[in-house]
Design a binder for this molecule. Structure first.
Ligand SMILES: Nc1ncnc2c1ncn2[C@@H]1O[C@H](COP(=O)(O)OP(=O)(O)OP(=O)(O)O)[C@@H](O)[C@H]1O
Ligand SMILES: [Mg+2]
Length: 230
């Protein structure tokens, strides 16, 4: 679904991403791990087109997208859940979900399925985003990204600052979405146990480089917990 080859990225003179290559496959969760500041968010933003890459290529279903705008990439089927959620605090839950459909035709309904995945959003449909708890906001951000039915879902640290019961719910939804087989998921995580539970494939980054990769089931044996321990 997604093929990333040899990408390099710089902020001013700092070389942030160094020759990063990986693939994300339909029906699988590809987990990206790494300590603070190693370039995880930068990598995810470059997939979405929010930061430009200097060299390398990004393909979605075999088509190059690295010259496309974020808007075009969203239309091509990428859903993005940013670190820190970035929901619209003054808009209602319903309006936030409609923002996820902004580039579809005006009459596209909010898929009912989103309320099955996250029942709390139904209860709070008229509440302002800013009045939700952190965990509810994260569920809203995920639902907003799912609204246009992406083929590739990218999540940047969805468990950050969230209570355990909601983390469990989010994990269940991610697994279920992957198991349906029609979506590839890239999940960036620093919460090791959550990452390990969900990973079909994993990558570990350090200083902008991929330093380890493999199958999720081998993470413990391959010492990934130690690699990312703070
Ligand atoms: N807009 C920017 N301009 C300049 N440098 C930046 C910018 N954004 C990030 N950086 C730097 O790039 C490096 C990688 O940052 P990035 O946010 O990608 O890391 P991260 O792995 O997502 O970290 P965290 O786990 O804290 O979210 C860091 O050294 C950071 O200070
Ligand atoms: Mg980050």
């Amino acid at each position: 679904m997604l093929t990333v080859k040899n990408i390099h990225q710089y902020y001013g003179g700092s070389h942030i991403l160094r020759d990063v290559s990986f693939e994300a496959t339909l029906g699988k969760v590809t987990v990206l791990l790494g300590r603070n500041g190693v370039g995880k968010t930068t990598l995810l933003k470059s997939l979405m087109g929010l930061v430009p890459i200097k060299s390398g290529s990004i393909e979605l279903e075999g088509k190059p997208i690295h010259k496309s705008t974020p808007y075009e990439r969203a239309r091509a089927g990428i859903g993005f859940v940013p670190q820190g959620r970035e929901i619209f605090a003054r808009l209602t839950v319903e309006e936030n979900l409609r923002m996820g459909l902004a580039y579809k035709s005006g009459s596209t309904p909010i898929p009912a399925e989103l309320f099955e995945l996250f029942p709390v959003l139904k209860q709070m449909i008229n509440r302002r985003g800013g009045d939700l708890s952190g965990g509810q906001q994260q569920q809203l951000a995920i639902a907003r990204a799912l609204a246009p039915k992406p083929k590739l879902l990218i999540l940047d640290e969805p468990t950050e600052g969230i209570q355990p019961s909601i983390i469990k719910d989010i994990g269940r939804v991610i697994r279920m979405l992957a198991d349906r087989g029609d979506m590839a998921i890239v999940l960036c995580e620093q919460y090791y146990d959550f990452a390990q539970e969900l990973a079909d494939d994993y990558l570990v980054m350090e200083r902008g480089e991929v330093i380890a990769r493999g199958l999720g089931k081998d993470m413990e044996a391959q010492g990934v917990r130690q690699l990312v321990a703070i």
